[in-house]
Design a binder for this molecule. Structure first.
Ligand SMILES: NC(=O)c1ccc[n+]([C@@H]2O[C@H](COP(=O)([O-])OP(=O)(O)OC[C@H]3O[C@@H](n4cnc5c(N)ncnc54)[C@H](O)[C@@H]3O)[C@@H](O)[C@H]2O)c1
Length: 466
């Protein structure tokens, strides 16, 4: 059952009679139609009418129209205008560039621009590494997408992906002071993407790949890591893996199990699933079973791409075959990054005692969390309306803050694991429980803790001498 939320918030400007009951009638009409009023502002008042801005949360475009109709049907009420508040905050985009230096007079200009800037250019030409000290490269990340796997919307192209990339850039700034800029490429050709990112790399201290479809994303990341002297991080893979590993560490504390004794089922072996498996294997679980749309991944399967072949070779100790429900029997942990509504409470009942269920498919999880709770000891989802939200925002701002601070040239699994431990540690021993295995995305302790951990882990491979 969908719940009204701020993602579908509308403001309706209505004219109504100035009667004592007008406010109550308007509010009751919205309530009967299932909306949740969050603000009621009288913007004009006359002897014969009032004009009111009614703001309400709805759960879909169609629901917003139902609410508007309910208001229009009230006697004497005229709907003047309906504004979608989500569209309103996107007008003109969500980020901007602003200068860090004063440009008040000729003196300022001569230093920030010509002729003074020429000496800075010469210094960098003589010592290219000075770009990290004397330019925006020190604090700037490119958020690169080809628009091929955007949210749950699929291949919607680079222009339609831009609002997501702007949002990401805004989060980078808000949570970690990182200047990130969207780079939405009008190509989905692997070679063109790699070449373009290489060509723009001089400006940036790091590359955040975003919403690029699997399996292309694996090759693009691997080859860019090889070619560039700045960190390249595909957030859909590694951001997710970091937060999942952090959450799992605390979930296992709740149920009193060691990962080394646990059989873990990872459903989904695409961008998120394979990165989770790769990071999790570093922590040496008893076994991992990967499951995708064709069932349990095993070495005998035909037609696997190199990524899936690696997964098959490194998981499934006993060479099991079968479906998701076969994999779940006796499993201690389920991690889903696949598709909605794949199983019910009866399958959770077949898992080991006190199972942990992370159902992260967005927007609808692999299992309804309320169903999962019937047998699971800890449940997490990707959703903000349930406890234990697995959200990459916990990882990527701090990860890049740490990488930029360390002037890192690359990124390693040790850094990813350090980030995971830092996130898990924010929820200290006294606070961890079945409903609180990861900190809130608004916990201001998270990004600095992650940055510090990543920066420390980056030191051995990080900064070049100035
Ligand atoms: N923080 C989070 O909560 C978070 C982070 C990343 C991804 N996700 C979600 O995880 C899902 C997958 O994301 P991705 O980027 O890895 O996608 P992807 O397309 O790269 O991979 C999807 C995987 O799911 C498998 N799959 C599809 N249908 C299946 C089915 N019926 N049964 C079993 N497996 C099935 C596919 O075979 C593939 O291996 C999406 O819903 C995404 O929103 C959530």
């Amino acid at each position: 059952m969908p719940v009204p939320g701020p993602g579908y918030s509308i403001t309706v400007r209505v004219e109504a009679p100035p009667s004592a009951s007008a406010a109550g009638d308007l509010a009751a009409a919205v309530g009967r139609a299932g909306g949740v009023i969050t603000a009621f502002d009288v913007v004009e008042s006359h002897t014969d009418r009032i004009v009111v801005d009614l703001t309400a949360n709805t759960y879909s475009d169609a629901h917003a129209r139902d609410i508007t109709t309910a208001l229009e049907e009230l006697p004497g009420v005229v709907v003047r205008k309906v504004s979608d508040r989500t569209f309103l905050i996107h007008l003109g985009g969500k980020i901007e560039v602003s200068p860090k230096v004063a440009l008040r007079n000729r003196d300022d200009l001569s230093r920030a621009y010509t002729p003074g800037v020429a000496r800075i250019c010469q210094a960098i030409a003589e010592n290219p590494y000075d770009a990290r000290r004397l330019t925006i490269k020190r604090n700037t990340v490119a958020v690169v997408t080809d628009g091929s796997a955007v949210l749950g919307l699929g291949n919607i192209g680079p222009a339609a992906a831009l609002p997501v990339m702007e949002g990401k850039a805004a989060l980078f700034k808000k949570f970690a002071g990182v200047d990130a800029w969207p780079v939405c490429l009008d190509t989905q050709d692997t070679e063109e993407i790699i070449r373009t990112v290489k060509l723009i790399a001089p400006v940036y201290g790091g590359i955040n790949l975003e919403d690029i479809a699997a399996p292309r994303c694996f090759e693009i990341e691997a080859r860019l890591r090889e070619a560039l002297d700045i960190p390249v991080f595909h957030d859909d893979q590694h951001g997710t893996a970091i937060v999942v590993v952090a959450a799992l560490r605390n979930a296992l504390r709740v149920v009193g199990k060691q990962l080394s004794d646990c059989k873990v089922v990872v459903c989904g072996a695409g961008a998120a699933g394979s990165a989770i498996i790769r990071l999790l294997l570093q922590k040496k679980p008893a076994d991992v079973l990967a499951v995708d749309v064709h069932g349990i991944v095993h070495p005998g399967r035909d037609g696997m791409d190199p990524n899936l072949a690696w997964v098959a070779a490194n998981t499934n100790n006993e060479g099991l075959t079968g479906r998701l429900t076969d994999a779940l029997v006796g499993a201690d942990v389920f991690i889903g990054v696949s598709a909605p509504n794949l199983f019910g409470a009866d399958a959770v009942a077949t898992m080991a005692p006190d199972p942990v269920v992370f159902a992260l498919a967005n927007p609808d999880p692999e299992i309804d969390p309320l169903e999962a709770q019937r047998h699971a000891a800890v449940v997490a989802t990707g959703r903000s309306d349930y406890p234990n939200q697995i959200n990459n925002v916990l990882a990527f701002p701090g990860v890049f803050r740490g990488l930029l601070d360390a002037q890192a040239r690359g990124i390693t699994d040790e850094m990813l694991l350090a980030a995971a431990d830092a996130i898990a540690d924010v929820v200290d021993g006294d606070r961890v429980n079945a409903s609180f295995i990861v900190p809130s995305v608004f916990d201001s302790a998270v990004a600095p803790a992650v940055a510090e951990a990543v920066s420390r882990a980056a030191a051995p491979v990080g900064a070049r001498p100035a």
